[in-house]
Design a protein around this ligand. Sequence first.
Ligand code: GLU
Length: 495
Amino acid sequence: MEKIRTRYAPSPTGRMHVGNLRSALYEFLIAKHAGGDFMLRIEDTDQERFVEGATEIIYRTLEKTGMTYDEGPDKDGGYGPYVQSERMKTGIYMKYAKELIEKGEAYYCFCDKERLASLKTYVSEGDDADEGKTITVYDKHCLGLSKEEVEKNLAEGKPFVIRQNIPNEGTTTFHDELYGDITVENSELDDMILIKSDGYPTYNFANVIDDHTMNITHVVRGNEYLSSSPKYVRLYDAFGWKVPVYIHLPLITDENHHKLSKRSGHASFEDLLEQGFVSEAIVNYVALLGWSPEDNNEIFSLKELIEKFDYRRISKSPAVFDIVKLRWMNGEYLKAMDEDKFYEMAKPYLEKSLPGFSEDKLRKISAMVKSRIEVFPDIESHVDFFRALPDYDIGMYTHKKMKTDAASSLQVLKDVLPLLEAHSEYTNDSLYEMLLGYIGEKGYKNGYVMWPIRTALSGKQMTPAGATEILEILGKEESLARLRDGITRLEKAAT
Ligand code: GLU
């Protein structure tokens, strides 16, 4: 059996958006599931769209997500160069374009801007890669040039492009793993440009040449490339090459069923990291955007994904990017995370919320919030009360289940204040023991005492820790100040 070889072939045009991440992940999983090779190829032939630094983002993202490639620009596997602009310098694209010209499958076109401007145009719609672009329907004018005319133009150094020659009659059929056999009328296929006037190949041409010469067996990409695929298949056929397995992935939409875009705010891997998601959860979630395993399990490490991934289970219905679900999943990853690793990642957020807090305290608070947050920025709303006591309503002292109200709380706070003033060891255990003594003496239920204390200390209905843990973090002085503040509030309301 032939070795499975897949490639991730990004254009360095900016951050790695979720759709690209999914293509990369599926390519990676298909290869690794079958013990094959996963390759990185940089598609930088569209110099106008090139963005400085974007290649570094690609490397960084693949590294962070654990999608280690077997071959790539910095890892030669014998199929290099792995960057299209470098491949171009080897003359590979021109060589194959000329071969197509020989076969009558392509031709030189010398039409200038003015002539092209006079031709029929349409604006590409739908999910096409050219969406929104103005497409010129080329009228095959230059196909009619004689060999001599072509030679003469070339000798004169007239600018040219090379176009694919697609007949106006007949049909072209190709197979996609998800969409099945697709047949299109050739008259609907334009004579697309293979080599541009700057000598660079178009993506449309380079992807075919490269996938073949790099022995790629499976091509996974967004379905915006589906409509161009018949043209690619015609190129494979013209060369007598085997067409790779095509898997065109369904669109990813936002919650409102609009195409996921920059405007959605969570379109790229880096955006998500900045929003406090962890790489493992993003990868796990993205794997499920269009693919599902046989069982109902949803939490998978990359290793488990490699074991389970069967591309035949990819669905062709649009996948909805559900940020609520991703948040949930991220929370699961945080819960399962090693304490130290969690602390390292949470630290910048903790330090921002609680400036001046000691490392020891931050570590304790980190352990308190670990199982309570979904993403790191949630930390602030859980820990803000440590920084400063918020203004709160004394209605908060009333708790049905704890059987507390304003009057009972005032009583309890007045009782415990001197005890806490006299106590010197402000540690959770010691404080707890001391308060249990008071509780036992009075014959109260724990909550009857702890609820008002916690309320006075935090001013919040929900806190990531109990009263005595909060006492320990706040320390004696601050704790006593807050308890006195609680007493004042309750007394004021009572008069
Ligand atoms: N360079 C193309 C892109 O970034 C890759 C499409 C493909 O995988 O063939 O969209």
